[in-house]
Write a protein that binds this ligand. Structure first.
Ligand SMILES: [Zn+2]
Length: 318
């Protein structure tokens, strides 16, 4: 087994077996010093056992960053043992429904928590096909016209709700920029190409380790290659096969393109998510294509799977 695979312990057995609720959570990340947990490994098509996109960064034993909040992530957030009081940031890659539909449901859990400090929320800017992150939040919570106007306290901290501190991030820049800094980690973002949508990829750096989330992107993303360079874990969308039609390829990278990006970036672990009917059951075929350019460890994501990332202090004890 490769060294990178040895120190990346994936606790997926129970989730793979489809063990429900509490048993699944026991295979999770709660208490991890540094880990990424899959909350949703699916896409917009309904599949048994797969929520839409959502990921948690665990750091210092706490659920610190939520990346995306697609349908079903609300349930997985609870099953994972995550706490909204512990979140330092919600980072949204783009506003397709399978990445953001459960955002208001997850925020609402804050009303029943002890949280009253503001919650930073990062997401892309807008264009003619999508609102910007701050406009999206106003569409949800505007006190006069919002879809959920009864939760307008998310705009100003009134009504027992915490205030959202919204950061729209330019998505057309090819230069990674820091969007959030915390004493224990930093979050960078860069714009990526996902059809006509404003879309972001994120990199979290903590304890010298790099965890990268592609969001949804196609195979033509030089800026993303810079963000992903040397990643300890790269969570990548695996929504289409190599024989996908041109429309699908404008939205998503094929396995061959995924392998090329992972290989060029020299990532230490590739975690394939956003799994759909188009790629489910074709894992051997995907692996063969990826192996043309990338020889490192590859894992296929399952809901609640936990990738623990041992720190330098752990490694020195071996
Ligand atoms: Zn998308």
């Amino acid at each position: 087994m490769m060294a990178a695979a040895r120190w990346l312990l994936l606790c997926s057995a129970l989730a793979t077996l489809g063990v429900p609720g509490a048993a699944r959570a026991s295979a999770g990340c709660a208490g991890a010093a540094l880990a990424v947990q899959i909350l949703g490994s699916g896409g917009p098509a309904a599949e048994p056992g797969r929520a839409s996109s959502g990921y948690l960064l665990w750091q210092g034993g706490r659920s610190r960053v939520l990346v995306d909040a697609g349908g079903g992530v609300f349930v997985r957030f609870g099953e994972a043992g995550a706490r909204i009081e512990d979140l330092e940031l919600i980072a949204i890659t783009h506003l397709h429904v399978d990445h953001v539909a459960d955002l208001p449901a997850i925020l609402k859990t804050g009303f029943f928590s002890g949280r009253n400090r503001p919650l930073p929320l990062a997401g892309p800017d807008g264009n003619e096909v999508m609102p910007a992150m701050d406009e999206f939040v106003r569409i949800l919570f505007d006190p006069a016209k919002g879809a959920f106007r009864y939760l307008s306290g998310f705009l100003d901290g009134s009504g027992g709700l915490f205030r959202l501190d919204v950061h729209p991030v330019p998505s057309r820049s090819g230069t990674p920029r820091t969007v959030f800094e915390h004493a224990a980690f930093r979050v960078d973002a860069v714009g990526v190409r996902h059809g006509p949508l404003p879309a972001l990829a994120y990199r979290i750096i903590s304890e010298g380790k790099r965890i990268v989330f592609s969001g949804d992107l196609n195979g033509d993303n030089p800026a993303f290659a810079r963000l992903a360079r040397g990643a300890d874990v790269l969570v990548m969308d695996h929504a289409v096969p190599d024989d996908a039609d041109p429309v699908a390829r404008r939205l998503h990278a094929t396995p061959r393109e995924i392998g090329r990006m992972a290989g060029e970036a020299g990532v230490k672990m590739l975690l394939l998510s956003h799994r759909m009917g188009r790629t489910l059951g074709r894992e051997d075929e995907s692996l063969t294509a990826i192996r043309q350019h990338y020889q490192g460890p590859v894992r296929f994501a399952e809901d609640l799977q936990c990738a623990r990332i041992p720190l330098a202090s752990d490694e020195s004890m071996r």
